[in-house]
Design a protein around this ligand. Structure first.
Ligand code: MRU
Length: 346
């Protein structure tokens, strides 16, 4: 199993995903700035992984707070949360993890700073450990959707490199393989950051899964001319009505799926849901550097110097294009607004 995030003996070790697939290199984060940088530069990426690592960033940050006064401590604590939230805007898991840690330490009601600091670390570690259970659960519950001898298409990377364990969407694939099911995968390269080419095809190939890499603009013809049974994707933020933000290109792929009558599934834990949002229009969409488009993975220019660029990193797939959402609490089918609310009440 690929260990994307390792917490051992007080050390946070991460695979530097900007170096893959050429080099498998680890970095060590020792403080909140290291964590901020790792998330911002996408050395670590993928919604669940971002949440887990941000949790450790907050724990590191609280350790560095000098005051012994609890009120002053909480002021500094909030500043760290604000700072870490600025690392990347779209994945809900980031603010979810930070708010969970904050709520936990407040609930404990400690009146000394040392206990609060320990509680923050304990909660960050709990989030890290729970992610393993979540990934497995998503994989197991999703088996209902995966028959034997199927061909699956996926976009971006929602696998082991995006979480502590098997990932979200790719967890269904790993679990199916463990159960002895035969499957084949088409991975979209995922322009411009190439998570599909660099990460998904790397981790699936390494795990002995039959994976074929295609460029994003080949998806339509593959859906038309080959047998694709289902499409699965992860999510960065899901609104109350099921509208889903995921990697740029997911929306287009969902439209293609509808046209070709191929089921389109989203796989995500509840930490990705943002129930304050009525629909996808309120989801913050990250815009990234022009260089991701104008240069061949930051090296050779592949576009004229000074060209105007628009580079949104995510798009929103309307709930009407989604067949179902696999969560750790069960598979949610349309109508999403009602069924998301129902599953929460359980
Ligand atoms: O920009 P990234 O690589 O962080 O985007 C990742 C995705 O869009 C994933 O599909 C999503 O975070 C789910 S990861 C389990």
């Amino acid at each position: 199993m690929i260990e994307t995030i390792r917490w051992k003996s007080g050390k946070l070790k991460l695979i530097d995903q900007t170096k893959l697939p050429k080099i498998l290199k680890y970095i060590i984060c020792r403080n909140k700035s290291d964590v901020w940088k790792a998330i911002h530069t996408m050395q670590v990426r993928g919604a669940p992984a971002i949440g887990v690592v941000a949790g450790f960033g907050l724990a590191f940050g609280t350790e560095q707070i000098k005051t012994k006064n609890v009120n002053l401590f909480y002021k500094e604590f909030d500043k760290i949360i604000y700072y870490l939230k600025t690392s990347r805007p779209t994945a809900k898991n980031l603010s979810w993890a930070l708010e969970r840690i904050k709520n936990k330490v407040i609930d404990m009601g400690y009146n000394n700073v040392a206990s609060i600091k320990k509680a923050a670390f304990d909660e960050a570690i709990a989030i890290y450990k729970e992610d393993v259970i979540l990934c497995r659960k998503l994989g197991q519950l999703g088996q209902k959707l995966i028959k034997n001898n199927v061909t699956i298409m996926t976009i971006c990377n929602a696998g082991a490199l995006a979480a502590v364990d098997f990932g979200t969407a790719l967890s269904l694939i790993y679990e199916a393989k463990n159960k002895g099911k035969n499957l084949e995968v088409y991975a979209l390269e995922t322009r411009p950051f190439l998570q599909g080419a660099r990460l998904t095809s790397w981790e699936l190939k390494k795990s002995g899964i039959d994976v074929t890499l295609i460029s994003d603009n080949m998806a339509a013809t593959v859906l038309k001319t080959k047998k694709v049974d289902l499409i699965i994707a992860g999510a960065d933020r899901i609104a109350r009505n099921g509208d889903t933000a995921n990697k740029i290109g997911t929306y287009g792929l969902a439209i293609l799926a509808k046209f070709h009558k191929v089921p389109f599934y989203i796989v995500a834990p509840f930490s990705t849901f943002d129930l304050k949002l009525k629909d996808g229009r309120q989801i913050p969409i990250e815009e990234r550097k022009a260089k991701e488009l104008t240069h061949d993975f930051f090296k050779q220019p592949i576009a004229p110097k000074g060209i105007k660029v628009y580079n949104p990193a995510f798009d929103v797939t309307d709930n009407g294009l989604i067949t179902a959402i696999v969560t750790e609490r069960g598979i949610i089918y349309p109508p999403f607004k009602e069924n998301i609310a129902k599953i929460l009440e359980k």
